[in-house]
Design a protein around this ligand. Structure first.
Ligand code: PEP
Length: 264
């Protein structure tokens, strides 16, 4: 039997918005996305706003997640935030290994692997970001790059845990550029990721795993990308800062889900 994967639309706010702007956006998303219960909606604001975001969204179908964590439990790690701290304030998800963290903060696959373990140990869902650079794509190194990121990133994590995670395929060349991957490119890579995960774990776990796409998703291109069999949602950067754009993506995802449920 084919696994039913709930679509996840996640907004990565990155280092944007001052507090008042954040409140307004959260309030708007709460109101606008309320009818779209066919999909999971997640916002990932900066650390400082997490606690208030959790409070505002209490009892609402809106998840709140963090953009990063540090893998140690506690101690002399100035400026870092632990998984337990995030769990305590009510985070459900954590983005791990975003390409900006890999590039600007030199986060290695090995380090990301420890972050994933810490996140899982605290009962939160890691969203592991993987993706190739433009150079890797043009030199034919896309699949090798993704394979390496998955293999080292997930090393030692058991199959049962892997299938509770989310993998975000985010081609680096599509992030913040306004140039999204073609839906056929996204589908090809997502299928490849599922195959790698199946070898890593088993077919059933791989079928249950959600693989979402990120890279210049907006309300205009979301429908085509989300119609692909193996695209289980979107990680949205720039467009998640606009109420209309983000809720437009959520609405599109919800109506696709309802259409496919009606057809099956
Ligand atoms: C991202 O940074 O995760 C992202 C997908 O950004 P954008 O949607 O702006 O390309």
């Amino acid at each position: 039997m084919e696994a039913v994967r709930r679509t996840l639309i996640a907004g990565n706010w990155k280092m944007n918005l001052l507090r008042e702007e954040a409140y307004v956006l959260i309030g708007g998303i709460l109101q606008e996305s309320a009818p779209y219960t066919g999909v999971d909606t997640l916002i990932c604001p900066p650390f400082l706003y997490l606690e208030i975001a959790v409070q505002i969204t209490k009892n609402a179908p809106l998840f709140v997640g963090a953009q990063n964590l540090f893998y140690e439990e506690s101690g002399p790690f100035t400026g870092e935030i632990s998984a337990a701290m995030l769990r305590e304030v009510g985070c459900s998800h954590v983005i791990i290994g975003h390409s900006e963290r890999r590039a600007y903060f030199r986060e290695s696959n090995r380090e990301l692997n420890r972050k994933i373990s810490a996140c899982l140990a605290c009962g939160m869902t890691p969203i592991l970001c993987i993706g190739e650079t433009l150079e890797q794509r043009t030199t034919g190194a896309t699949f090798e790059t993704l394979n390496e990121q998955l293999t080292y990133g997930l090393q030692g994590i058991d199959g049962a845990s892997v299938c509770t995670m989310v993998i975000a395929y985010e081609p680096v060349w599509a992030i913040g550029t306004g140039v999204s991957a073609e839906s056929s490119q996204a589908e090809e890579v997502h299928r490849f990721i599922r195959d790698v995960i199946a070898k890593f774990t088993d077919e059933e776990s791989a079928q249950a795993l959600r693989i979402i796409y990120g890279g210049s998703v907006n309300s205009a291109n979301a429908g085509e990308l989300l119609s692909c069999d193996n695209v289980d949602g979107a990680l949205v950067g720039g467009a998640s800062l606009s109420l209309d754009s983000f809720c437009g993506i959520v609405r599109t995802a919800d109506s696709l889900k309802k259409q496919s449920a009606a057809m099956s």
